[in-house]
Ligand binder design. Structure first.
Ligand code: NAD
Length: 293
């Protein structure tokens, strides 16, 4: 495998975690331990793994971490009351409600009920607004992590044609805002494509950078991209495999098909995923730093 083309989120995360030490020391001298509380509704196994992974990482860095597990049939009011309690709890600077929520709960209403100064996911409409006017407070973790990968590998986006595939509030939409913003590592020209885009290939074939966040295994192939392009693969897709687990995780990009054509690519796993958790830690630290007098 040609590793010179690989943009490793794992390696970027190591550097990013090292950069937290000083910030954590400053907080600790003032008696502040950054704390994150995650609320998980229901017993979805994948969500349980995500929540446990997040909390292990926080604890290993000396941050405060609490997980609240609620039954699948919890009422919307009970969930809002739990959030209200955490909004008042000064031990927790960040609150995250693990998505997706059961269908009887209005997810946007739940996001809106989190104190926007504790919304470390960056999904609260106030934080979405701050990001879109170019004065970000909390930036959603996955797009923020991708921007850090660009910076870590010295990849300038200025003037580049960038195609983001996927328009979710979690990845695609904030990603398109970040790459096209007037910031030091941004200033790209962005096109956002989605499930209703006609002739997607006509966009991806002309792009200098393609960021795929659709959740379709091996969707992006060599004939859909330009030679020398940079490919960021956000997809996490579970497919059957002949191993102990019976499955493996692959991205949206057909890695083996595109590898000879790209100049850089993020692998799955080990690409964007590790950065998402690193940015959750960073956003929690940022939330705690707001408490420095
Ligand atoms: P989503 O389902 O909310 O959004 C998917 C988007 O893809 C939609 O906007 C849809 O219009 C678009 N889309 C679907 N099929 C398409 C097609 N054929 N052509 C063009 N556009 C298409 O998903 P999401 O939450 O944004 O996540 C996307 C993927 O990224 C998933 O695989 C998810 O697991 C993964 N993800 C990874 C991380 C990470 O840390 N690596 C974080 C979040 C999400």
């Amino acid at each position: 495998m040609d590793t010179s083309k690989v943009l490793s989120g794992k390696d970027t995360a190591v550097a990013v975690y090292a950069s937290f030490k000083n910030r954590l020391d400053i907080l600790s001298k003032r008696g502040i331990i950054p704390g994150l509380c995650v609320i998980l509704v229901g017993d979805d196994p994948a969500s349980q793994i995500y929540v446990k992974t997040k909390s292990k990482k926080l604890q290993s860095l000396g941050l405060r971490s609490k997980n609240i597990y609620l039954n699948n049939d919890v009422s919307q009011n009970e969930l809002i009351q739990t959030i209200n309690g955490l909004n008042q709890d000064s031990n927790y600077h960040g609150i995250l409600v693990q998505m997706p929520l059961p269908s009887h709960i209005d997810s946007q209403l739940i996001i809106n009920s989190i104190d926007s100064t504790k919304d470390v996911d960056g999904f609260h409409p106030e934080n979405v607004g701050w990001l879109s006017i170019g004065e970000p407070r909390f930036i959603p973790c996955t797009p923020k992590g991708i921007m850090k990968i660009f910076k870590h590998y010295n990849i300038e986006l200025i003037g580049k044609d960038i195609v983001v595939i996927g328009r979710s509030n979690i990845v695609g939409r904030p990603m398109s805002v970040l790459v096209s913003s007037n910031g030091e590592w941004s200033n790209g020209t962005c096109t956002i494509c989605h499930s209703r885009t006609k002739n997607l290939e006509q966009y991806t074939r002309n792009a200098d950078v393609v960021i795929s966040a659709i959740g379709k295994p091996n969707y992006l192939k060599a004939d859909m991209i330009k030679k020398g392009s940079i490919i960021i693969d956000v997809g996490i897709n579970r497919v059957e495999a002949e191993n102990d687990k019976g499955y493996k995780i692959i991205g949206d990009v057909d890695y083996n098909s595109v590898i000879d054509k790209v100049s850089f690519i993020t692998p799955v796993p080990g690409g964007v995923g590790p950065m998402t958790i690193a940015m959750l830690v960073e956003n929690t630290i940022e939330a705690a730093e707001q408490n420095i007098p």
